[in-house]
Write a protein that binds this ligand. Structure first.
Ligand code: XMP
Ligand code: MG
Length: 187
């Protein structure tokens, strides 16, 4: 679905599909250079990372194996609490493997910080993070992120895998959701 099909549901298009793809190509070149010997296992975080994973994996010029996790953050409301429950675990054994976590967005950083520690504790040789979007001003914990597509303002964004109540994931672009859709200020 294109942004033009959404009427007034977005206040702004932050990054078009073309911009996202161009940036992913640049990130793929960096990733290839950083793993000259053995390709990392790509670990996508469901469901938001599905689009990034599909596009990044196809852009990479090495055999990109993919695995998936689903996690949910405990706590009241929509904000991340940092207490994470694994809903779907990896199929692969990551002992001695290089792992590259593929994410849609880093907001507070609490989920990713927990996930990185969790994967390291399983004996992975290395764990790095790749995210399409990051909200630097929303970070609550230091997270070492090796590859970032775009830094964005602290607004609630949808599209390219990101949802509001499970809608908008199939929007090609990333846009700011209009407050009248969800009745909030997005912060
Ligand atoms: P933390 O705060 O732990 O959470 O970094 C990251 C997760 O929160 C969700 N999230 C968003 N989802 N639009 C969304 O559709 C947003 O602007 C947004 N900010 C955070 C998302 O699931 C992400 O993995
Ligand atoms: Mg997510």
């Amino acid at each position: 679905m294109d942004s033009k099909h959404l009427g007034d549901e977005l206040t702004t298009v932050l990054h078009t599909e073309a911009e996202l793809h161009a940036r992913l190509a640049e990130m793929a070149r960096e990733i290839e250079a950083d793993y000259p010997e053995t390709p990392p296992l790509l670990v996508g975080v469901l469901k938001g990372a599905v689009m990034v994973m599909a596009d990044l994996a196809r852009e990479l010029r090495f055999h990109a194996q993919m695995d998936w996790m689903a996690v949910s953050s405990y706590g009241a409301g929509t904000k991340s609490s940092g207490v994470v429950k694994i809903l779907k675990d990896l199929d692969a054994d990551i002992t001695d493997r290089d792992v590259l976590i593929v994410e849609d967005i880093i907001d507070s950083g609490l989920t990713l910080s927990w996930l990185k520690d969790n994967l390291e504790s399983r004996g992975a040789r290395s764990v790095r993070i790749c995210t399409m979007l990051r909200k630097p001003e929303a970070l609550k914990v230091e997270v070492d992120v090796a590859y970032v597509g775009f830094d964005i303002p602290v607004e609630f964004v949808v599209g390219y895998g990101l949802d509001y109540a499970e809608d908008y994931r199939n929007l090609r672009d990333v846009g700011v959701l209009a407050p009248h859709v969800y009745g909030g200020d997005g912060k």
